[in-house]
Design a protein around this ligand. Structure first.
Ligand SMILES: [Zn+2]
Length: 284
């Protein structure tokens, strides 16, 4: 099946008033689970690799190629996206290097920089990305919780300002905007409370689709409401990791002498597939 751009999937979701799910790949099992869920449900989605995940694999091309190759074999159209890029070399590899044929979009993350710097850096990446035919997501207002980050989106005041968002989108030309509306990355529990009024305000103020990061920490009903309010791309990583690790832990506790990783990775992969199916029902 053809690989599509995340931008196309987001536009389709927007037309239906729904969101496209964007799932974070860490291991090959993640990618297999996500692609299986897409095939089972018949729903398109975005496979995304974060800069952190790429760093874990030490080299960007092999894992990105693997994700691209799985997406190619999918019976439903899927998109391959790079998430939270900050590194100039990785941006260059994505825009006109070895990663370019493997992806259709990137998220450039200068969200932790002061506004003017975020704007200047993002504008540069957007114009290079657009020249290369990429769909580019930017971030405004800091979504906390990434490793090494001291700030959290739960800290009072860390929210995307609608007027600033409108200015940022106009000046950078981003195709989508990740917003800080109450989520945080890597949450172990689903206890985040979203600022739904703020989502509506930002969605009204900016002409591009909004992206929710850190969605794993959001209770199901809150996530549904966020999509109703105007979120068009829902990024999920931790929910998959929670299901994967829970399944592995249960298997290993049950059979402490197991050595073949396929024995515990297979149920872990199935558990991730179920988590993706649940999410697709919720947002798509
Ligand atoms: Zn994120």
């Amino acid at each position: 099946m053809t690989i599509v751009s995340a931008g196309d999937l987001v536009a389709q979701a927007h037309a239906r008033g729904r969101a496209v799910a964007a799932l974070n790949v860490i291991t090959l099992e993640h990618a297999e689970a996500i692609v299986t869920a897409a095939a089972k449900s018949g729903r398109s989605l975005v496979l995304q690799l974060s800069e952190n995940a790429i760093r874990y694999h030490r080299s960007a091309t092999p894992i990105t190629r693997a994700v691209h190759s799985l997406a190619e074999e999918s019976p439903v159209p899927l998109a391959v996206h790079l998430d939270h890029l900050t590194d100039d070399d990785l941006v260059a590899a994505a825009v006109d290097g070895p990663l370019r044929p493997l992806i259709g979009s990137v998220m450039y993350d200068a969200g932790s920089l002061p506004y003017a710097e975020n704007l200047a850096h993002t504008r540069e990446v957007v114009s290079a990305g657009h020249r290369a035919g990429l769909w580019v997501e930017g971030e405004l207002g800091y979504v906390g919780g990434k490793a090494g980050a001291a700030t959290s989106a739960h800290v009072a005041g860390v929210r995307t300002d609608p007027r600033e968002a409108a200015d940022f989108v106009a000046q950078t030309g981003v195709d989508a905007l990740a917003v800080a509306v109450g989520t945080s990355h890597a949450m172990a529990t689903q206890t985040a409370r979203l600022d739904h009024d703020l989502i509506v305000e930002i969605a009204t103020a900016v002409p591009v689709p909004l992206v929710l990061h850190g969605s794993s920490g959001v209770p199901d009903a809150e996530l549904s409401r966020a999509v109703d309010a105007g979120i068009r791309k829902v990024n999920v990583g931790t929910a998959l990791n929670r299901s994967m690790t829970r399944a592995m832990r249960a298997f290993l506790a049950d059979d402490p002498d197991v050595t073949d990783p396929r024995r515990y990775l297979a149920p872990a992969r199935d558990a991730m597939c179920d988590a993706v199916l649940h999410l697709l029902d919720l947002v798509g």
